[in-house]
Design a protein around this ligand. Structure first.
Ligand code: ADP
Ligand code: MG
Length: 209
């Protein structure tokens, strides 16, 4: 990761979340308490405020700083979960050279940590329904040596499929779990923001290479 990539990603993600804020708020209102996008925007604003500091860091400490900042500013279930994702990725990244394969492993470890932190897994109508399939696909494609643009495209498709899969699920974790069958028919807000962020990252990477 070049030093300036992280601020560019944060900027691009902030724009995407801003453009989809009303929809995400509506999703969280339907089966949660409506604050997910506000929590995320607070976290993203905090990251934009430390852009220069992030820019000066090597990527493992930058990931740590991102995770700690999200953890301390976002709030909500998603704050500690997204925070955990980046903190765990930072730990896994320490001493590694950045390649598609090492990143696949680092992302996988980050998602594993989110699973542990949230005591959740695939099929529970959460952000993990986006994150787990993407982490798995990234590992498979990097092991197979899939061409870079094809790999990015596969990850976008997987993120969208994972996000969409939450629509027909009953939630067994988080606030939506209180609704039982009434949660069916609604996409999970965290699955949607995770997908939006992943698709923004893959789009930006595809444009740059
Ligand atoms: P809160 O639920 O505390 O209001 P947010 O609204 O910011 O927090 O985030 C809600 C999102 O967090 C959900 O849409 C879901 O994707 C995710 N989430 C909630 N609980 C869990 C969990 N145990 N494991 C994984 N993700 C979860
Ligand atoms: Mg909420």
């Amino acid at each position: 990761m070049s030093n300036s990539l992280l601020p560019q990603l944060i900027q691009a993600i902030s724009t995407t979340i801003e453009n989809n804020a009303d929809e995400v708020a509506e999703l969280d209102r339907a089966i949660g308490d409506g604050d997910h996008v506000i929590n995320l925007q607070r976290g993203l604003a905090a990251l934009q405020a430390i852009e220069a500091e992030l820019n000066a860091l090597d990527w493992p400490p930058a990931l740590m700083k991102v995770g700690m900042t999200l953890m301390s500013t976002m709030g909500g279930a998603s704050g500690s979960l997204f925070g955990t994702l980046f903190i765990s990725m930072s730990k896994a990244a320490k001493g590694q050279t950045l390649t598609t394969e090492t990143f696949a492993d680092i992302f996988h470890q980050g998602v594993e940590a989110v699973k542990q932190r949230g005591k959740a897994d695939l099929g529970e109508k959460t952000m993990l329904d986006t994150l787990i399939p993407v982490a798995n696909r990234l590992q498979e494609d990097s092991a197979k040596g899939t061409e870079y643009h094809q790999l990015l495209n596969n990850l976008s498709e997987q993120a969208i499929a994972g996000m969409a899969s939450t629509k027909d699920m009953i939630a067994t974790k988080g606030r939506a779990s209180f609704l039982g069958k009434r949660a069916i028919g609604h996409i999970d807000a965290g699955a949607r923001t995770s997908q939006l962020m992943i698709c923004t990252i893959t789009d930006l990477l595809a444009q740059q290479n």
